[in-house]
Design a binder for this molecule. Structure first.
Ligand code: NAD
Length: 363
C-alpha cells in the first residue's frame, strides 16, 4: 500500500519538528507494510521568500492531489520579520486560511490528553489529574458566528453592532458524521455541546446530530450545554471522548482543553474535510524564539502524524505504535526542555525523534 502525503515544513521550528515526524513515519511504515510518497509544499514565510506570496496556485494544486498533509508551523516574529510589513493578505498566516478554504477543511480536531508522566504539569486538582483524560474536541470551522453577516451602524440614533450565528442542516450533518466516524475509532461516545436552551441554531444542531446518532446505535450520544461543559472540562474531563461543537464554542473550549494538559509542545491537531483527507499539524506556532536551536519538542508533530495514520490513511495499528512509543519515551524519563522535570534526561529535538523511533514496536 502506498499513500501520497504532502509535507509543509513551514517556518521557525517547523522544519526541525517535521523532520523528526518524518523520521518516525518512515520507521513505522516500514514495519507495518506500507509506504509514503512524500511531496514538499511551500507555504507561509518560506513561500513568501521564494514566490512573494504565502501560497501559490501550484502549491494548492499539489496539496489537493495528496491523501493527507503533514505540516510544521508557519509564521515568524511579528515585530522583527519583514513578512509582517506586507499587507495582511500576503502574510504567512494568510496561506493557512487559504489552504483551509481551498481544501474545504470544515472540521478541526484537537486532542486533549494527559500523559501519566506529565501529570505534575496539569493545573487541575490532584484527584482529577490522577484519573487522567483523553478526549478530542471536534470544532466546526467554517460556519457560525465568525462567518455570518456582521455590521455596525446607527439604529434609531444608537450605535449598534450585529453578528449573525447561522448554520444550515447540511453544515451540521457533515460535522456530525465526521464526529461519529472519529468516535468509532476511539471511545465510542459523542457529546454535542451547545446552548439549546437559548439558541435556535443549537436546537438545529441537536435535531440534525440526533438523527445522525440514530444511525450509530453502537456509539453513546449525549448533549451538554456549553456553560456546563466549560465547568466539566476542569471538574471531570475523564467523562469525555469526542466533544462535537460549533465554531465559537469550539474555539474557546479547545483552548481550555489545551491548558489542562499543561504542555503546548505535546498538543496535536487536525483539520478535516468530508473525504478522508486531513491537514495535520501541531497546535503550537513556529516558536521563532527557539528556531534553529534544536531544542523544540517534536512530540506534538509526531502525534499529529499518528492522527494522520489513523484518520486519513486508516493505518490504526501503526498510529497506536507511534502513540505507544511516545508514552514509552516519557516513561523512560526522556524530555525536551519544555517538559523537563527533575530526575529526567534532557534531550534535543533530534534526540527525541530518535528515542521515539527506537521504541516503535512492530506488528
Ligand atoms: P508559539 O506557539 O510559536 O510560541 C509560544 C511559546 O511556546 C514560545 O515560548 C515557544 O518557544 C513555545 N513553544 C511552541 N511550540 C513549542 C515546541 N514544539 N517546543 C517547545 N516550545 C514550544 O506562539 P507565538 O509565539 O504566539 O507565535 C509565533 C508564530 O507562530 C507567529 O507568527 C504566529 O502567527 C504563528 N502561529 C502559527 C500557527 C500555525 O502554524 N498553525 C499557530 C499559532 C501561531
Amino acid at each position: 500500500m502506498e499513500y501520497n502525503i504532502g509535507v509543509i515544513r513551514g517556518d521557525g521550528i517547523g522544519p526541525e519538528i517535521v523532520k523528526e515526524a518524518l523520521k518516525v513515519l518512515d520507521g513505522v511504515c516500514g514495519r507495518y507494510g506500507f509506504s509514503l510518497n512524500k511531496t514538499e509544499i511551500d507555504m507561509g514565510g518560506c513561500s513568501i521568500d521564494k514566490y512573494g506570496i504565502p501560497l501559490t496556485e501550484e502549491a494548492i494544486r499539489t496539496a489537493k492531489a495528496q491523501d493527507a498533509i503533514l505540516m510544521g508551523s508557519i509564521g515568524g516574529d511579528a515585530k522583527t520579520s519583514p513578512w509582517y510589513k506586507l499587507e495582511p493578505s500576503k502574510r504567512p498566516e494568510a496561506g493557512l486560511l487559504s489552504i483551509r478554504k481551498e481544501l474545504n477543511l470544515f472540521a478541526n480536531l484537537r486532542p486533549s490528553v494527559l500523559f501519566d508522566e506529565l501529570k505534575s504539569a496539569c493545573p487541575l486538582s490532584k484527584e482529577t489529574a490522577d484519573k487522567g483524560f483523553d478526549f478530542v474536541i471536534m470544532r466546526e470551522l467554517t460556519g457560525g458566528l465568525y462567518f455570518g453577516e456582521r455590521y455596525t451602524r446607527e439604529i434609531d440614533g444608537v450605535e449598534t453592532a450585529v453578528d449573525t450565528l447561522s448554520y444550515n442542516e447540511n453544515e451540521i450533518r457533515r460535522a456530525a458524521i465526521k464526529a461519529f466516524d472519529i468516535a468509532a475509532k476511539r471511545g465510542k461516545k459523542v457529546t454535542l455541546v451547545d446552548k439549546a436552551n437559548v439558541l435556535d441554531s443549537s436546537r438545529l444542531w441537536r435535531k440534525v446530530t440526533g438523527a445522525v446518532a440514530a444511525e450509530h446505535p453502537d456509539i453513546t450520544f449525549e448533549t451538554m450545554l456549553v456553560d456546563n461543559c466549560a465547568m466539566q472540562i476542569v471538574k471531570e474531563p475523564s467523562q469525555f471522548d469526542v466533544i462535537l461543537t460549533e465554531n465559537m464554542f469550539g474555539d474557546i473550549l479547545s483552548d481550555e482543553a489545551a491548558m489542562i494538559t499543561g504542555s503546548i509542545g505535546m498538543l496535536s491537531s487536525a483539520s478535516l474535510n468530508d473525504t478522508k483527507f486531513g491537514l495535520y499539524e501541531p497546535s503550537g506556532g513556529s516558536a521563532p524564539d527557539i528556531a534553529g536551536l534544536n531544542v523544540a519538542n517534536p512530540i506534538a508533530t509526531i502525534l499529529s502524524a499518528a492522527m494522520m495514520l489513523r484518520y486519513s490513511l486508516d493505518q490504526d495499528r501503526a498510529a497506536c505504535a507511534v502513540e505507544d512509543a511516545v508514552k514509552q519515551v516519557l516513561k523512560d524519563g526522556i524530555r525536551t526542555g519544555d517538559i523537563m522535570s527533575e530526575g529526567c534526561r534532557k534531550v534535543s529535538t533530534d534526540e527525541m525523534g530518535d528515542a521515539i523511533l527506537d521504541r516503535i514496536q512492530g506488528p
